[in-house]
Design a protein around this ligand. Structure first.
Ligand code: SAM
Length: 255
C-alpha cells in the first residue's frame, strides 16, 4: 500500500474522522441486539471490523477492491487478529454465503460508491441499478430477523445544490496532528456527488504534508436510501445516530 494510494489515504482518513467512542458505541449496540456473526461487506482497510473482532464478535470481511483488502489484512496482522477476507463484489455475496449473518455492515458511505470506488467514471443509472442489486444480496445473506447497518452521506450535505459542502476534523494520532478537510458538491442533474477529501499533517503548527483525492459517487440521499431499503424487502427501517458518527446518516434495516 503505497503512500498516496487510495487505500493508504482511506486508512488515515478513517482514523482521523472516527474515534474509539464510535467503535465502543457500535460494539455496545451490537451486543445489546445479541449480534454474534457479522459480515462487513465493504470492509475497506478494516475499520471498524478489526476492533469489533477485538470486542469478541465473529466477523467475516469482504470487499471488491484488492488494494483495500490487502491494507485490511496488514492492519489485522499488526493487531494479531485472524480474519477471513474475501474479495467479492456485492452482487456475488449470495454465491459465497447463505442466510447466515446476524448483521451485515456496509458503512463509511460505501453504498454510494457501488460502481465507482477507485474509478474516475460514475454513471448514476448504473450505480443505482447496482445499489438495488446490492441491497437484495445483503437481505439474502442475513438470517431472518438479521440487521443491515447501512449509511449514506449527511442529510445537510445534499441541501447545498451547486454549492460546496465543507467539513473539518482535527485529530492527534501517535503524537502527530492531522486536519481532515472534506469538500462535497452535488450535481443534481446527473445525480452525482463530487468529493475532495484532504489530509493535512502538521508539526508544531507547520505543514508537513498534504494529500487529497477527487472521488465521484452516486448522489444517494438518506430519503432515496430508505426507499431502496423498502423495495429490497426489509420489514422495518430506522434512522439512528451513533456517538462519534459525524460523517454519515445511518439506517438499520431489519429482515
Ligand atoms: C468509502 S469506503 C468505506 C470502507 C469501510 N466500510 C469504512 O467504513 O472505512 C468504500 C468501500 O466499499 C467498497 N466497495 C465499493 N463498491 C463495492 C462493491 N460493488 N462490492 C464490494 N465492495 C465495494 C470499496 O472497495 C471500498 O473499500
Amino acid at each position: 500500500m503505497g503512500v498516496n494510494s487510495l487505500a493508504w489515504f482511506w486508512d488515515v482518513f478513517v482514523k482521523c474522522i472516527y474515534s474509539d467512542r464510535y467503535t465502543k458505541e457500535l460494539a455496545c449496540f451490537l451486543k445489546n441486539k445479541k449480534i454474534k456473526r457479522i459480515l462487513d461487506c465493504a470492509c475497506g482497510t478494516g475499520f471498524p471490523s478489526i476492533d469489533l473482532i477485538e470486542n469478541g464478535f465473529d466477523v467475516v470481511c469482504s470487499d471488491s477492491n484488492n488494494e483495500m483488502i490487502s491494507s485490511a489484512k496488514k492492519n489485522a496482522e499488526m493487531k494479531n487478529r485472524k480474519i477471513d477476507f474475501f474479495q467479492l463484489d456485492w452482487c456475488e455475496l449470495d454465491k459465497k454465503f447463505g442466510e447466515e449473518f446476524d448483521c451485515v455492515l456496509c458503512r463509511g458511505n460505501a453504498l454510494a460508491y457501488a460502481d465507482s470506488w477507485g474509478k474516475d467514471i460514475v454513471t448514476s443509472e448504473k450505480a443505482y441499478s447496482k445499489i438495488k442489486t446490492a441491497l437484495k444480496k445483503f437481505f439474502y445473506v442475513l438470517k431472518p430477523g438479521g440487521i443491515l447497518y447501512v449509511d449514506t452521506a449527511l442529510k445537510n450535505s445534499f441541501e447545498v445544490s451547486g454549492e460546496v459542502f465543507l467539513q473539518e476534523f482535527k485529530k492527534n494520532i501517535s503524537g502527530k496532528d492531522f486536519t481532515v478537510l472534506i469538500a462535497k458538491k452535488n450535481d443534481l442533474n446527473n445525480k452525482i456527488s463530487f468529493w475532495n477529501p484532504q489530509i493535512l499533517e502538521w508539526n508544531n503548527g507547520s505543514l508537513v504534508s498534504a494529500n487529497g483525492f477527487f472521488l465521484k459517487s452516486a448522489l444517494l440521499t438518506p430519503f432515496q436510501l430508505k426507499q431502496e431499503l423498502i423495495s429490497a424487502g426489509f420489514r422495518k427501517i430506522e434512522e439512528v445516530s451513533f456517538k462519534g458518527e459525524n460523517f454519515c446518516t445511518v439506517f438499520l434495516a431489519y429482515k
